[in-house]
Ligand binder design. Sequence first.
Ligand code: LLP
Length: 417
Amino acid sequence: MLDSNYFHYSGSTLSCDEVRLDELATRFGTPLFVTSSKSLTDSYHAFEEAFAALPHFTCYSVKANYNLSVIRSFAALGCGCDVNSGGELYRSLQAGVDPQKIIFAGVGKKPEEIAYALRSGVLMLKAESISELRAINRIAGELQKTASIALRINPNVTAETHPYITTGDSKEKFGIDEAELPEVFALLGQLPNLRLIALDMHIGSQIFDPEYFVAATTKLLDIFNATKSLGFPIEFLDIGGGFPVTYDPLKPATPITHFAEKLIPMLQPAGVKVIFEPGRYLVANASVLLTRVLYKKSNHTGKEFFVVDAGMTELIRPALYHSHHEILAVTSHEKTIVADVVGPVCESSDFFARHRVLDAVEEGELFAVMSAGAYGAVMSSNYNGRLRPAEVMVTGSEVKLIRQRETYEQLVVNELL
Ligand code: LLP
């Protein structure tokens, strides 16, 4: 059972910090994302502590959870942001993040997004192709600015994780191929509005084995040494995100300290600042998705279903990546049942669990889908005309609504008849 310091049973009732989850469901309705602010803070501190010996700058990858209050929680701790679009940049600025603490990534930035980033004064833009370098140079020239850039390198390291979230392999769209680098370095001499200040990589997400980071960092350091001899003033090495979390207690994540033990001695001698871009590590276990059981049903094969009021529209990870999320009854029961937990969406992939041993709750009772803080709410959609859920943040006994539930009016607000 994934019973953390942040989500724990008091008596038979699952609570977040000092607040009962059943009370939150009654007050705010379901589906509802509940985030523990203490969990956010503690994860950030654990990350910072692990890498304390290394001069570094941590940029929270806001794609994991871009709620303004979540971004602001990290900014208040001194953390920067890694953004992947104009929209994420806008969100980070709205949350009050200093533009000089924002790094702008993305394999397909539109000209207006590049201009927005330059006008906002972000710390750097990451370039992922020769064409993009030319585009950034042209737009910076038009704006009479010098663009600080990072080169995102594709280190051709295939990390063992779900194939949809591995990014450092040569067959993927991400980064600049090593073979192209001589051409890139020659070109940089002809692009007067660019200043190369960083080398960057990101090899994927939910990577359990530090050796993949070691292999890719070795390549990045080789390239760093080459850039030094070419006279580029590299200030930062960005080794991306991808640090793992525990979704399934039977498959505990490698502790962050194991990554630090391997990476610090490798990176320290470079004498530059290291950037990290953790997303999932900082937020995944900070939130649960609360959902109410609408119906119980069974069929002639003996199969049992809980039909709940949340689905793939709120948390698509089980449908898209077959990800495991623990499911806890908000009011625990002694009796258990083997069942599927399925949502209301018209897709057979709309399930949270299949053939899972669960507390035998009744209709009208609540489940908490655990570890829903990363790539949960941000990947939610209006498919089937569903309303995006509300989100609350809990600090001790205090509860704050951080996103209102969508309304039917909002569903059609942009449409014209
Ligand atoms: N930096 C870059 C350039 C990235 O593309 C990503 C994630 C991160 C940092 C943060 O990675 P993290 O520390 O969160 O692993 N939706 C998928 C995950 C997609 C990750 C995309 N890129 C999921 O639910 O598993």
